[in-house]
Design a protein around this ligand. Structure first.
Ligand SMILES: Cc1cc2nc3c(=O)[nH]c(=O)nc-3n(C[C@H](O)[C@H](O)[C@H](O)COP(=O)(O)O)c2cc1C
Length: 224
């Protein structure tokens, strides 16, 4: 049981006029609206420091009781990327040929995807987001984590925003089941793979599927 007195420090918000808030909220929306998932990457290298800053940003996300129940693995080693691609394609082959329902395959048609994932080797970095279902203290005893999925989902969202802000692109990839990632990266059994994100620059000839986002009226309800 914790007995220390809680410590509070002053919080200094960014002070903006209403007009500035309006302008910044609109500009940020327009900027984020340009983010897209890419399934093709340039092989142009990305400095490790940029990836480190992106991971730092992801770790600023809120989390249940501030347990920060995540581990981010960043991979640039070509042999490991090769192994990850191979294992992901094995699962994806099963998915596309046996596991996915007719409806699911139909829903994927606009994206023109298949089991082959060459981008997992072309992208200079792969970031694997793990959710830690519990923590361990220095004595190796279990520490409870709360709202792990919600917390890690938020961290992944912050990460995608940071990737976009850095002028990079990513794919939110889920080659399911993803247990192979824990094995290839030697993660302990209380860390479960959550997302696999290839990260890099978009190639000059990049293309993305045409899609529209639901309008505000469809996704929101105001009670005033
Ligand atoms: C949880 C999650 C899992 C996804 N898994 C895959 C995937 O395995 N393969 C893929 O090509 N795209 C995947 N996507 C990307 C979505 O298809 C994409 O986000 C969606 O079509 C909207 O496009 P946008 O990201 O360009 O706005 C996934 C997205 C999310 C949020």
């Amino acid at each position: 049981m914790r007995t220390e007195k809680p410590v509070f420090i002053p919080y200094t918000p960014t002070k903006l006029s209403e007009a500035q808030s309006l302008e910044r909220s609109k500009t940020y929306y327009e900027y984020m609206d340009k983010r897209r998932s890419l399934r093709m990457f340039s092989d142009r290298p990305v400095a490790k420091e940029i990836i480190q800053n992106i991971l730092r940003t992801a770790s600023t996300a809120p989390s249940g009781a501030h347990k920060q129940p995540w581990t981010f693995c960043a991979i640039s080693a070509p042999d490991l990327k090769h192994k990850i691609r191979h294992a992901a394609e094995k699962e994806e082959y099963e998915g596309y040929h046996r596991r996915m329902s007719e409806e699911w395959l139909n829903d994927l048609k606009p994206f023109d995807t298949d089991w082959q994932k060459p981008f997992l080797e072309v992208a200079p970095w792969l970031i694997v987001v793990f959710r830690k279902i519990y923590g361990l203290n220095e004595k190796g005893e279990k520490i409870n984590h709360y709202y792990v999925n919600e917390s890690v989902g938020l961290a992944a969202g912050f990460m995608l925003a940071a990737i976009h802000q850095a002028g990079l692109v990513a794919l939110t990839h889920t080659p399911s089941p993803m247990n192979f990632l824990g094995k290839l990266l030697n993660r302990p059994s209380h860390e479960k793979p959550f997302l696999l994100l290839p990260v890099g620059y978009a190639p000059e000839d990049a293309q993305v599927p045409l899609l529209t986002r639901k309008p505000l009226e469809e996704i929101s309800v105001f009670y005033e």
